[in-house]
Write a protein that binds this ligand. Structure first.
Ligand code: MG
Length: 298
């Protein structure tokens, strides 16, 4: 029985590899294993006229996650479910798409957030998404509650309720730290993880975006500060101009972050959120190969 159980774990979350390479192997009990890299593409950047064409392209590259936007998602549940049927691709996270924002002082704007966010959470649950990505407040969103201790407490209370609603619907809400130019309120993975912890709900998680992680002093430390308890998603782009990984040459090194993901046994997705300079099919194909190579090196 133990062998069968171990095999079941191995086939779902790990790919077996030979023992003895301590750099690449992680050990769970007596298992020697290597975490696989689960790559996801956002819908908007994937080449193709139709959803079918986009998914065909993703499948040809072995991409296993699909990240749609949240706007209008409630009306697309059947369309997306049908398109994914029979494919080795699942919905990864849902990228925002709500209206208003959680720290709005104007009750009408806050209500708009509450209503639209919950509608997306329900749809995300139906699609089996890992969560719905959100930011507490972008720099330009006014009127915004001031940045005080009381505001942080309020944020955690509100997130608690939202997280519990997400759990009821089989999904989560995922706090995304951004760089200071977009959201001074939440810049570091560790801070997002701490807010998730203080929100005291299994439905509140966080993520890291390699583009915004220029704020961090260490990719490795940033991911570990969230750990598997809170890290629910990862975004990736080139590190100079936010294009596809590899289009900024030597800058596009993700090994340090990947090493943390492998060591912690991260089993969610690394999802492309980026523009592109070259031919989409060519640069995306090259980017996937680059990430797989760096994952091996990590
Ligand atoms: Mg992002």
């Amino acid at each position: 029985m133990a062998g069968a159980a171990a095999l079941a774990v191995s086939s779902s979350a790990f790919s077996l590899s030979s023992c003895g390479n301590s750099k690449k192997d992680c050990c769970k009990g007596n298992e020697c294993c290597t975490r696989s890299l689960n790559i996801s593409f956002q819908e908007g950047l994937t080449p193709g006229e139709t959803l079918k064409e986009k998914l065909d392209f993703m499948e040809s590259l072995g991409v296993t996650g699909f990240e749609p936007g949240g706007r209008g998602l409630a009306d697309r549940v059947d369309e997306i479910k049908n398109a994914l049927e029979g494919r080795p691709i699942k919905v990864s996270a849902i990228c925002a798409g709500f209206q208003g924002f959680i720290l709005a002082e104007d009750p009408a704007v806050k209500k708009l957030f509450d209503t639209s966010m919950r509608e997306i959470i329900v749809a995300a649950g139906k699609l089996g998404a890992t969560g719905v990505i959100m930011v507490p407040a972008f720099n330009g969103q006014e009127p915004c509650k001031p940045h005080t201790q009381a505001t942080r407490d309020y944020l955690c209370e509100q997130l608690h309720d939202l997280g519990e609603f997400a759990v009821e619907n089989g999904t989560t809400v995922i706090l995304e730290p951004l760089n200071r130019g977009e959201c001074f309120y939440l810049r570091l993975v560790a801070d997002a993880a701490a807010i998730a912890r203080d929100s005291d709900s299994k439905g509140v998680k966080c993520m890291g975006d390699f583009w915004h992680m220029k704020e961090e002093t260490s990719d490795y430390g940033a991911f570990w500060s969230a750990g598997t308890e809170y890290l629910q998603h990862v975004h990736i782009a080139s590190r100079g101009r936010r294009k596809t990984p590899g289009e900024d040459g030597e800058l596009d090194n993700y090994v340090d972050g990947f090493r943390a993901l492998k060591q912690m046994g991260y089993d969610k997705y690394v999802s492309f959120e980026c523009g592109m300079l070259g031919d989409p099919k060519e640069v995306l194909t090259a980017a996937v190969a680059l990430l797989r190579k760096q994952w091996e090196e990590a």
